[in-house]
Ligand binder design. Sequence first.
Ligand code: HEC
Length: 86
Amino acid sequence: MKRAFAVLVSSMFLCALSAGVAFAQPDGKAIADKACSKCHGIKKVESAKKNASEWEATLDRMIKKGAKVAPEERDAVLKYLNTLVF
Ligand code: HEC
């Protein structure tokens, strides 16, 4: 029983580890370049200086309008957008 628990815990750990690697992979800039230049140029994005919570609100507004950012790509895109802060 103890052993089964140890196996469970270590497989959960491995799972979290591989999920971490998978989430670290999407390239936020590449996704934004593609998803955010569809309706307006990417310049509109690059020239907008926002803080983290403004970017989060803007990104969610754009996703509602139809920007193609998958839920698992959202964090990577936000991370990139936050590099555009003053
Ligand atoms: C489906 C079309 C569409 C897509 C795709 C899109 N946008 Fe927009 N965006 C708009 C429209 C329409 C406006 C102007 C009206 C407004 O501000 O809501 C706008 C305005 C903006 C503005 C200026 C207004 C403000 O709030 O500062 C920014 C910045 C912006 N978009 C960022 C993005 C980002 C980042 C993405 C990619 C995740 C994106 N947009 C993708 C339609 C789109």
